[in-house]
Design a protein around this ligand. Structure first.
Ligand code: GDP
Length: 473
């Protein structure tokens, strides 16, 4: 702040102390204090969010139109449980990936690329279901170009089918319908199309805009045609990228491997990533020591829409974090550290606020009981609906349900920290904790409960409340 206003740091510190705020040079000031101090020097303050602050620091060069070349589409497979998402992904991987060529076995790295019979490429995200899709979206990442919605022909359009369609549509991602298990004698694809029509998904064959393909993930019937339809849909999008620039993209997954260190799967979305590049991903960074594809084949470089596993980061970034190639190690480290600091401060601020609140409330309430909850869900709508239903469980003068925090996306370490300081239970609806959050929850004895049906949440919370109300012996 002192630098921005071009005044000595000590003067700013003195001003703070005069206002009763004791600060040191390394401390970040609260927004209202910044405003107060700046006003004394005649400045108006405009705040930008932490994310913007970070985004501002990473200069994204404009692409020269003549550098843009077509890139393969990135595809997500979504649909109801047991309708065959995993089988479909496995079938496509096993038939279209030449593992032998690399002398390796295909491994799960979170994404893979295939080449179709007529030599076209498609990249698949290998985590089926819409949890991964929404978790990424919640972090602001847009990775998917086309969504395949799988519906089993021997079953029906199910709640999760509808949810998957809603998620894809909310993200503006075109849909291709795959009616799976067509090999089964009980398959009835017309019934599925009828049910889809009822939710406004009218397939082409019936005069609607949605491409639809009968497939069997067991026999492979229709799968080539499905891929063609995906490519057709992708063509309309005119997907392009500039392989000549420094790489940027999204973290698909990351983990700590005992032998190799931190291993991250990155989807290059623009530019070309090289071995030796300095990568900044979320709050972590490092030089790419080695790069492999999903067959284990070593790569020297990877262009747009290529998923690669990289070694060399100094930690595991979160799925959905953006990554950028930076000019220098120093630059990457500075931004990573700044992001880390901002996150840490956000956590501390949240915990201070909550613990104080809890403390004073407890004092004021005396014997009064309250159940604190943190609600995380996959979509805004369900988080709101669930929170409302939970709040209604409060019984005046007996027990109060308090939602300390609600949000969309994966359960994170900061959720767990918040739960720890506010004695809250975390309710995850159609979302899971990150690996780190899970570890932290175990350490801090924070309870995380996962659900996929709203009704179950309500019932169990009700039971828990009765437990709290039961006389203690
Ligand atoms: P997911 O939960 O959507 O990932 O579904 P899975 O891929 O695990 O499939 C659920 C079950 O359906 C498994 O037992 C599969 O073997 C079976 N299945 C999947 N696709 C087909 C298919 O095309 N035909 C038949 N007969 N069974 C299938």
């Amino acid at each position: 702040l002192a630098n921005l206003m071009d005044v000595p740091v000590n003067e700013v510190i003195t001003k703070c102390i005069q206002s009763g705020i004791f600060v040191s040079i390394n401390q970040r000031l609260e927004a209202d204090i910044i405003e107060l101090i700046a006003a004394e020097y005649g400045y108006d303050v405009e705040f930008i969010s932490a994310e913007e602050e970070i985004a501002v620091e990473i200069e994204e060069e404009e692409d020269n139109p003549e550098d843009l070349v077509p890139r393969p589409p990135v595809v997500t497979v979504m649909g109801h449980v047991d309708h065959g998402k995993t089988s479909l992904l496995d079938y496509i991987r096993n038939t279209n990936v030449t593992a032998k060529e690399a002398g390796g076995i295909t491994q799960h790295i979170g994404a893979y690329s295939v080449t179709t019979a007529d030599g076209k490429k498609i990249t698949f995200l290998d985590t089926p279901g819409h949890e991964a899709f929404t978790a990424m979206r919640a972090r602001g990442a847009k990775v998917t170009d086309v969504a395949i919605i799988v519906v089993a022909a021997d079953d029906s359009v199910m709640p999760q089918t509808i949810e998957a369609i809603n998620h894809a549509q909310a993200a503006g991602v075109p849909i291709v319908i795959a009616i799976n298990k067509i090999d089964k004698p009980t398959a009835n694809p017309d019934r599925i199309k009828e049910q889809l029509a009822k939710i406004n998904i009218l397939v082409e064959e019936w005069g609607g805009p949605y491409q639809c393909q009968h497939v069997s993930a067991k026999t492979g019937e229709g799968i080539d045609e499905l891929l063609e339809k995906v490519l057709l849909e992708a063509e309309l999008l005119e997907l392009k990228a500039n392989p000549k620039r420094k790489a940027s993209g999204t973290v698909i997954e990351a983990a700590l491997d005992k032998g190799k260190g931190y291993v991250a799967t990155l989807l290059v979305q623009n530019g070309t990533l090289h071995v030796g590049d300095i990568v900044l991903a979320g709050t972590h960074y490092g030089r790419v020591k080695a790069m492999t594809d999903h067959t284990g084949k070593r790569l020297k470089e990877a262009g747009p829409s290529t998923p690669v596993q990289v070694l060399g980061l100094n930690g595991a970034p979160q799925a959905g974090d953006k990554f950028n190639v930076m000019e220098s190690d120093k630059e990457a480290r500075e931004i990573a550290n700044k992001r880390e600091q901002i996150l840490r401060e956000q956590r501390i601020r949240a915990s201070e606020r909550i613990s104080l609140e809890t403390l004073s409330r407890r004092r004021a309430l005396g014997d009064y009981k309250q159940l604190n909850l943190i609600v995380k869900g996959d979509v805004d709508g369900s988080v709101e609906a669930l929170s409302d239903a939970l709040l209604k469980l409060s019984k005046p003068d007996e027990i109060e349900v308090r939602i300390v925090h609600r949000g969309v996306g994966q359960i994170t370490e900061s959720d767990v920290n918040l739960a720890a300081v506010s004695d809250a239970i975390i309710i995850g609806f159609q979302v899971r904790p990150s690996a780190n959050a899970k570890k932290l929850a175990e350490q801090e004895h924070v309870e995380i409960r996962l659900y996929s049906v709203i009704y179950d949440v309500i019932n169990e919370v009700k039971d828990a409340m009765e437990g709290m109300l039961a006389p203690t012996v």
